[in-house]
Design a protein around this ligand. Structure first.
Ligand SMILES: Nc1nc2c(ncn2[C@@H]2O[C@H](COP(=O)(O)OP(=O)(O)O)[C@@H](O)[C@H]2O)c(=O)[nH]1
Ligand SMILES: [Mg+2]
Length: 195
């Protein structure tokens, strides 16, 4: 028995944290170190099969990759609208990607708190499940401790947080498998009638 689901998943986070690389790693199993800033947005469609024993669920995820730059902020609301899931990406060697900052080029780095607020605002009253990815786990410099990540996730009701690397592929599959599971849970939850 196969059930089909289609979801929109937005991938957000500061510039240079590895959003495009994570998507590319998951979809093409490749990593390139040439840096290509995303202009506007890219949409990549990926089919994922989730099998629970005898049952297989076929989930089509359209991954929407947004340029993180402040100057594209006017695009954000339309981009975020209709999201069924969100992947928020930070880089372990860049605490600003978690906490936000104004940088030297007066290009604002949006904090996770702000991303969560924007995602929720664009989709209210619908709740959008969110996964945090702490990317670049292959780098020796880790400036984000588990304890501080957990504090942020609890505050924002984030569903899962994975340390991952687009470079080595560590945990990348798990991130997208978790996303693929989101529509299954949402559609199948039923509130029992009050007796
Ligand atoms: N070491 C390391 N570098 C990465 C990783 N992911 C991305 N990068 C590099 O970080 C830079 C920005 O990546 P990109 O995917 O374009 O970031 P985006 O701006 O968030 O889409 C590029 O030079 C990538 O090669 C990773 O997991 N480990
Ligand atoms: Mg990009």
């Amino acid at each position: 028995m196969v059930e089909f689901y289609k979801i929109k998943c937005v991938v957000v986070g500061a510039n240079f944290v590895g959003k495009t690389s994570l998507i590319r790693r998951y979809v093409t199993h490749k990593f390139t170190s040439d840096y290509q800033a995303t202009i506007g947005m890219d949409i990549t469609v990926k089919d994922v099969d989730l099998t629970f024993g005898l049952l297989t669920h076929h989930v089509t995820i359209s991954l929407h990759d947004l340029a993180g730059q402040y100057r594209f902020e006017s695009l954000h609301k339309n981009f975020l609208k209709g999201a069924d899931a969100a992947i928020i990406v930070v880089a372990q060697d860049d605490p600003d990607s978690l906490y936000g900052k104004k940088d030297v080029h007066s290009d604002k780095v949006i904090s996770i708190t702000d991303w969560v607020a924007r995602i929720d605002e664009a989709n209210e009253p619908k709740y959008v499940p969110k996964i945090l990815v702490i990317n670049k786990s292959d780098l020796p410099s880790n400036q984000l401790k588990d304890t501080e990540i957990k504090v942020v996730c609890e505050k924002h009701k984030i569903l899962g947080a994975y340390r991952a690397s687009a470079k080595t592929g560590e945990n990348v599959g798990k991130v997208f498998q978790t996303v693929a599971g989101i529509p299954l849970v949402r559609e199948n939850i039923e509130v029992p009638p009050v007796e």
